[in-house]
Design a protein around this ligand. Structure first.
Ligand SMILES: Nc1ncnc2c1ncn2[C@@H]1O[C@H](COP(=O)(O)OP(=O)(O)O)[C@@H](O)[C@H]1O
Ligand SMILES: C[C@@](O)(CCOP(=O)(O)O)CC(=O)O
Length: 919
């Protein structure tokens, strides 16, 4: 049957005018195309394009020449719009479709069917704009409106009048409470009692993909096509569909008279958006289900028909094909909700929904603000309600972002006994968030900080030049303790570097040379040479140049201490560092030191927020582990990371940032330095933790700054060679990443792939000139007779080598290898990788465990005991006494045991102090 085009605005089509081919044979009939095929297939057999264009052309023309042709004036009809309307009719099971300038324009066209004295029955949880227009109709046209709870069909009955009820206006699910109306039952009930009443359904929340109310007895369905139909928030449009010719005629008349039909260009855009409706919707609603379950499991009241607890779930499942991508939830407190909404990053704060990007809003202050508060209350719209409109972003990122916002607002907190986040009881939440660890008045408190070292598996040196490196945290850490001083001094105590100690009167420091960086601002790209020179000439003048490690450590500490200070009130404290990492051996001791030093000064200068008080815990022992992970917000972590990078610049000259990123964020990362015209940043890598590595310190000292500069020079002198190597190392990192991310790759294949890539990467480092005979010796000893793969790690030139230990490598064989390495004068460590990043000992008294006995760390790491305690060396009793005498006080309970613990005892002692909060 050929469609008839009504140039006055309505495109009328027979049902099932679908591009389904004719059956090839009566025995094998073709099935009609399914929804997503219909969406993607824009085809109007009656309007073939003369050039066979693949997409419908934009007829940007107000008038059309000729008399009696299909089109004469675009207000009445336009070919692009006709194509769109044909397409919408097709996917909506409708005979007639109209497109107008917005969803509200669609409703306006529909409401113009009413006349004074008519009555409307409408839901009580309608979109704010709908309410506004209904109010206008009531006051200006004289139409009576009954707002009724449409979740129970019987509640409508008393308001149905056989003559006066002209229209029933329904939304299901409602926005924003996601209430469900039984469209089929209500349509039937109304038709029985008031046969002339027109049933109108706003289907915007569902789109024709998930719900087609015309199939359930509705007379008119309208959508704000600005939402899911378009999907990209780049146009505004409204759609009206119906099957009744009489109704269609009236709608067409109004649209043509008013002139609000959709423009050609918006028609084109909407047609384009509809092609991906099904695929977008599938992704969006799958993520919404996860978000709804996540919030529900935390204990929030969640409104989403996909939850079994939703009262309208069964009715909705009968009528609709899916649950949509909007949900709302209550927090119990409006202010708390405002904080959560303001705290998200990925979820954009915006009205509207249906876009590929996720949105968060508070209906009472945004989309529904036009309804007065009393009416909102009367209709049960909670002031604290948060609406989430889910987009197509990665579900993990969305959940992550939401979780961080909930943590930062104080809505959820870590329960250490369950090792998971739980909802903070209503009432407490806000006070906790506001409390946000008020650092004022905490001058008299000690702070214990720790950060891990790292092992670079692939990409050292190359990472400085923009290549991706793959690195993971190791089980060895630097600890930094700040102890308040009451004598106007600041001091640095470097236990690992000859127990070096130095103090300065804060007023003697070269404050004139400081250009302070305001809180929140980033440090400029280049170091402030004026401050460095001033420090070298004054505070550091007495440190001889050959004492490079001490000089670098003091300079980086004082530089941060001064530049982070923003007022006349200079904090006074001692900063003592101790590490279980070998210093200067390529395992990132400098980065872990930098992270501790940066955190110390950021805390002392009150420039970072620490988490609100976590849920009260029992007195139970909480070991240093992943228990407190993510207690420190991402924002704080990023701030520490930026400043640790500044300290790394002082120590390394031209660092890539990979070491400090691992020290702050822990785990395993693929890191690409920004500024090389490609995708930069860091991405977590899974599948790393189960790998076993032997780290062997050659004990050959080397200078990272010099080695990094050396590679830079080689690149300048032999660009072709070095650029080729950089390219190859990038491929190695990419391949390693793919292998680690491939869940189907058998374990054996993963290990052999990584071994081969390590060997290849090492050879490139040899060519770059950063190996050392001692490293080649370690490589040889692990390869023969053990067949293991070894590469240098870190800057090279000495320092450490890393060896991958296969799962089936026997303990005795490992012990044998370790003995050989020790005999050669090397220091092996068997370490696990991928543990926590920056940690801060909780300052909350109830999380402290004072007076606990010193516990000895378990001997060794993993199955193999390293034969000797690693560097740093143990302090002599005299040195301990000397250290204790410096600025110690009974008020500072951590300093004395921090100094007197042996290196082996240090991790166990720290963990026993109480709860640690981690990034
Ligand atoms: N525990 C520590 N105490 C003081 N300074 C440290 C400590 N750990 C590292 N550093 C500083 O970092 C420098 C080592 O950096 P680097 O040579 O890059 O070695 P790594 O590869 O271990 O990071 C030291 O010379 C010192 O200035
Ligand atoms: C050589 C390099 O790639 C790794 C750091 O070396 P080391 O761990 O500090 O020895 C330098 C950098 O990435 O900053």
């Amino acid at each position: 049957m050929a469609p008839t085009i009504d140039p006055r605005g309505s495109a009328k089509y027979p049902l099932h005018d679908l591009p389904t081919p004719e059956p090839e044979s009566p025995l094998r009939p073709r099935k009609p195309y399914r929804f997503s095929t219909l969406c993607a297939t824009v085809d109007n057999p009656d309007m073939k394009d003369q050039w066979g264009s693949s997409s419908v052309p934009i007829y940007q023309s107000a008038t059309f020449k000729g008399v009696g042709e299909k089109f004469d004036y675009s207000r009445s009809g336009n070919p692009t719009r006709s194509h769109l309307e044909h397409h919408i009719a097709k996917i909506s099971s409708a005979q007639h479709a109209f497109t107008v300038s917005s969803g509200m324009a669609a409703l306006d066209v529909i409401l113009r069917m009413l006349k004074p004295g008519d009555e409307i029955i409408a839901g009580d949880d309608l979109y704010g704009g709908t309410n506004r227009l209904l109010t206008y109709i009531r006051t200006h046209v004289g139409v009576t409106i009954h707002h009724v709870d449409t979740t129970i069909p019987e509640k409508i009955h008393p308001f149905i009048h056989p003559d006066k009820t002209a229209m029933v206006l329904l939304e299901s699910p409602t926005n924003p409470l996601l209430k469900i109306a039984d469209l089929a039952t209500i349509s039937k009930d109304v038709k029985e009692r008031a046969p002339n009443a027109i049933i109108v359904v706003d289907n915007t929340m569902m789109s024709p993909y998930l719900q087609r109310p015309l199939e359930h007895g509705a007379d008119i369905v309208y959508d704000s096509a600005t939402k899911y139909l378009s999907g990209h928030h780049d146009l505004m449009a409204g759609v009206v569909t119906c099957n009744r010719d009489d109704v269609a005629q009236k709608l067409a008349f109004t649209i043509n008279s008013v002139g609000n039909a959709l423009t050609p260009i918006d028609s084109f855009l909407l047609l384009r958006g509809i092609k991906t409706l099904a695929i977008r919707m599938d992704r969006q609603q799958a993520t919404t289900q996860s978000v709804a379950e996540y919030l529900y499991n935390l204990g929030f009241k969640v409104n989403y028909p996909g939850l079994p607890t939703h009262p309208g779930q069964a009715v909705h499942a009968r009528i609709a094909d899916g649950n949509g991508a909007v949900l709302s939830f209550e927090t119990g407190n409006k202010e708390l909700s405002e904080k959560i909404v303001a705290g998200t990053r990925l979820w954009g704060i915006s009205v509207s929904f249906g876009c590929v990007n996720s949105l968060i809003s508070m209906p009472c202050v945004m989309s529904h603000a036009s309804i007065d508060p009393a009416t909102r209350a009367a209709r049960g719209l909670p002031e604290d309600l948060i609406r989430l409109c889910v987009g197509i972003e990665d579900p993990h990122d969305l959940l992550d972002d939401l979780e961080r916002a909930l943590i930062d607002a104080g809505a959820i907190a870590l329960d250490a006994s369950q090792n998971k986040f739980v909802r903070v009881p209503e009432g407490d939440a806000l006070s906790l968030a506001v409390e946000k660890l008020n650092l004022d008045g905490d001058e008299d408190r000690e702070w214990l900080i720790s950060a891990p070292g790292k092992v670079i598996l692939f990409g050292e040196h190359a990472v400085v030049h923009g290549v991706t490196a793959i690195a993971a945290s190791v089980d060895l850490r630097c600890y930094g303790l700040t102890t308040p001083r009451r004598d106007n001094k600041v001091s640095v105590h470097l236990v690992d570097i000859d127990n070096f100690y130095k103090e300065w009167d804060v007023d003697s420091l070269p404050w004139d040379a400081v250009t302070p960086v305001p809180p929140g601002d980033e440090h400029p790209e280049a170091l402030d040479q004026r401050l460095i020179d001033a420090l070298n000439e004054t505070a550091l003048a007495s440190i001889p140049a050959e004492k490079k490690p001490v000089h670098g450590a003091c300079l980086s500490f004082l530089y941060l201490y001064m530049i982070l200070n923003r007022n006349e009130d200079h904090p006074t404290f001692d900063f003592t560092a101790r590490s279980t990492l070998p210093v200067g051996a390529g395992l990132g001791s400098s980065a872990s030191y930098s992270v501790c030093a940066a955190t110390a000064s950021l805390i002392a200068n009150r420039r970072i927020n620490l988490p609100s008080r976590p849920a009260p815990s029992t007195d139970e022992h909480v070991p240093v582990s992943h228990q407190g992970r993510r207690a420190i917000s991402n924002e704080t972590a990023e701030e520490v990371n930026r400043w640790a990078f500044v300290a790394e610049k002082i120590l390394h000259g031209n660092p890539s940032g990979v070491d400090n990123s691992v020290a702050v964020f822990g785990g395993a990362l693929a890191y690409t330095r920004p500024g090389f015209g490609k995708k930069s940043g860091m991405e977590g890598i899974q599948g790393f933790k189960s790998l076993k590595f032997l780290l062997t310190n050659s004990k050959v000292p080397r200078d990272t700054k010099r080695l990094v500069a050396g590679v830079g020079e080689k690149k300048a002198n032999e660009p072709e060679l070095v650029n080729g190597i950089l390219k190859s190392i990038q491929s190695i990192s990419d391949e390693a990443r793919r292998a680690l991310a491939d869940p189907e790759l058998p374990r054996e294949s993963l290990l052999s792939a990584l071994s081969a890539l390590m060997a290849e990467n090492h050879q490139y480092l040899v060519t770059l000139g950063v190996s050392h005979p001692s490293l080649e010796n370690i490589k040889e000893k692990t390869a023969n007779p053990h067949g293991l793969s070894t590469k240098l790690t870190g800057a090279g030139g000495g320092g450490c080598a890393v060896t991958l230990i296969p799962d089936d490598f026997k303990d005795e064989q490992l012990q044998d290898l370790i003995t050989t390495l020790i005999r050669e004068g090397f220091q092996p460590y068997l370490t696990s990788v991928g543990g926590s990043g920056l940690g801060i000992l909780s300052p909350y008294p109830e999380h402290r465990n004072r007076g606990s006995r010193l516990r000895h760390a378990p001997e060794g790491f993993g199955q193999v005991t390293p034969p000797d305690t690693p560097t740093p060396r143990e302090l002599t009793p005299d040195e301990i006494a000397e250290g204790l005498a410096k600025g110690t006080s009974d008020l500072d309970p951590l300093r004395a045991p921090f100094l007197s613990s042996t290196v082996a005892e240090l991790p166990g002692w720290a963990s026993e102090l109480g709860r640690w909060m981690y990034v």
